[in-house]
Design a protein around this ligand. Sequence first.
Ligand code: OGA
Ligand code: MN
Length: 297
Amino acid sequence: MDLPQRTGITVIPTGAALGADVAGFDLAKPLDAAAFRAIEAAWHGHLVLRFRGQQLDDPGLLAFARRFGDLDRAPVHAVGDTDVDPYPEITVMSNIKVDGKPIGNLGHYEAEWHTDMSYNEKTPIGSLLYALEVPPAGGDTGFSNLYRAFETLPGELKRAIIGKSCKHDSSRTSVGDLRKGFKDVADPREAPGAVHPIVRTHPATRRNALFLGRRRNAYIVGLPLAESEDLLNRLWAHASKPEFAWYQQWKVGDLILWDNRCAMHRRDAFDPASRRLMHRTQIQGDRPFFDPATLAA
Ligand code: OGA
Ligand code: MN
């Protein structure tokens, strides 16, 4: 898709269920209103945007992210002193250790499918992840289109979830580490974390997406535990189908912007002997909601 000439921006879809490259744009330079609107429209259409070959420092990353709204502070991770970046809105994602201490979060492990910070009452609308160092292999990040996941659900499953809400466990990170200050959860019904509608209406596109957040310790409110587990297993089996996904193979200078309202993500593990360093920031959002009027048509 070519955007109006004056923005100088070209959007090249990946050809998969979501994702597009945005070319012809240097993020370190100021962005005029027309260019920003073009990027935002591409983001709403493709859910995940990739900007390759960027050269950004932390203030540059934060300045671009702020065009989309106020930023959230970094989430609580497993170890209190991992996040060495001086900017409170930046989360360091890295397996690198200095003097035996991790400088960032998630290590080299696989991260399971999740939506960032979905366990909060107000959840970030989007996240930006910028690659500073990448391993020669592994550590790919997968994104999944949750509009498609919702639209293709069998009718019986759709009917089972419309109007229902799910609890999003806040005690563990997406690699399964217990967050600092949290207790282990034995029963998902007792898990700490926010409750959100399972079918979520995107405030800008008005399209509905499946909003699962994370599998571990999830609970569909009001159902007996065994029924909740069974329904969640069926929803996850559907949502994690490869046909809804696209995988990013990182190069240094890649910036990825994703929409947490309609896409989730995961990460492959990589060789702990190699280095991977990413800086992430997250755009503040509001409470996820479901608008029944979207189904009336
Ligand atoms: C994140 C995340 C995956 C990755 O930053 O929210 O899940 O590829 N990162 O590091
Ligand atoms: Mn994440």
